[in-house]
Design a protein around this ligand. Sequence first.
Ligand SMILES: *[C@@H]1O[C@H](CO)[C@@H](O)[C@H](O)[C@H]1NC(C)=O
Ligand SMILES: *[C@@H]1O[C@H](CO)[C@@H](O)[C@H](O)[C@H]1NC(C)=O
Ligand SMILES: *[C@@H]1O[C@H](CO)[C@@H](O)[C@H](O)[C@H]1NC(C)=O
Ligand SMILES: *[C@@H]1O[C@H](CO)[C@@H](O)[C@H](O)[C@H]1NC(C)=O
Ligand SMILES: [Zn+2]
Length: 307
Amino acid sequence: MDKFGGLWGWVPFWSVLLLSSGLGVMPQAQGWSKEGHIMTCQIAQALLEPEAAEAVHNLLPHYVNGNLSALCVWPDQIRHWYRYRWTSPLHFIDTLDDACTFEYSRDCHDSHGLKNMCVAGAIQNFTSQLLHYREGTGDRRYNMTEALLFLSHFMGDIHQPLHVGFTTDEGGNTIELRWFRHKSNLHHVWDREIIQTALADYYDKDIDLLLQDIEGNYTDGIWSDDVSSWKQCNDLSSCINRWAAESINIACKWGYKGVEAGETLADDYFNSRMPYVMKRIAQGGVRLAMILNQIFGDPEEGFSAAT
Ligand SMILES: *[C@@H]1O[C@H](CO)[C@@H](O)[C@H](O)[C@H]1NC(C)=O
Ligand SMILES: *[C@@H]1O[C@H](CO)[C@@H](O)[C@H](O)[C@H]1NC(C)=O
Ligand SMILES: *[C@@H]1O[C@H](CO)[C@@H](O)[C@H](O)[C@H]1NC(C)=O
Ligand SMILES: *[C@@H]1O[C@H](CO)[C@@H](O)[C@H](O)[C@H]1NC(C)=O
Ligand SMILES: [Zn+2]
């Protein structure tokens, strides 16, 4: 499985060094696979304006050498730790079965009904926290490093279509099936199988080659005319709701549609869905950069701090 070097190569080193600091790493994958999150964050970091680039650099622990994507999977690794159990519902949204819509007041809650505890609420929450960054170190209620890592991670998750899925099947997790020759489930297909198969079939298992292809497609390729509309955002909460609605829409039309538990998904499914997965990774990265540029850029132009 984890044959792509990158993050896993660092695990033993990190675990030893960092468990005590709270940023330790445990091998566990939920949400976009680690590749999905790494690409989302690399795309975003490359699009930061100088003020945001500097703030991000200052917030990251120095051992990552300013590389945001090195810590973008951290929220998946700590979500089952006692201290961070409250973050577990923040990775996804369970929408009303078969409605194929997202309504914040109806859908954004945890399994006990606690409001705002979903990925849409979390993006708003950690953006609001980061807006206090410029107030200086004295009066900070929140850990700004953690807020940055959570925001960066959850911007990936909200763009993974099956993270805004149906409640009863847990976003496709209970729909067991086969991916080519091995066992999987529908959620997992969208989290990582499609990315892994793309890497293996087209990119020589090299995530940097895939990333270059994605970047080429939004700078000067199939998506370059769309990028300005992707990052269009005047009111953050309505943008977040729109991104979640895009996800459940893709989940219905391309994720769930025609799929039955127990079947085998292979070439047809892979070829027709891969473009959506790649586009969602690109959109997540472009929009994360937009948010960070607004948070850390000119206060007259960006989102304003609510509290
Ligand atoms: C912020 O959180 C990180 C990760 O959990 C931790 O390593 C760091 O010490 C915290 N910083 C402060 C100022 O508490
Ligand atoms: C940043 O970290 C990611 C994930 O570990 C890695 O794939 C990438 O090569 C790193 N980039 C640099 C410039 O070191
Ligand atoms: C917002 O973050 C705080 C901790 O920083 C947490 O206690 C709260 O549950 C979070 N809420 C949401 C909706 O993310
Ligand atoms: C980039 O665009 C080309 C078509 O110009 C397409 O064949 C390729 O799959 C796209 N790559 C990604 C990663 O989306
Ligand atoms: Zn996640």
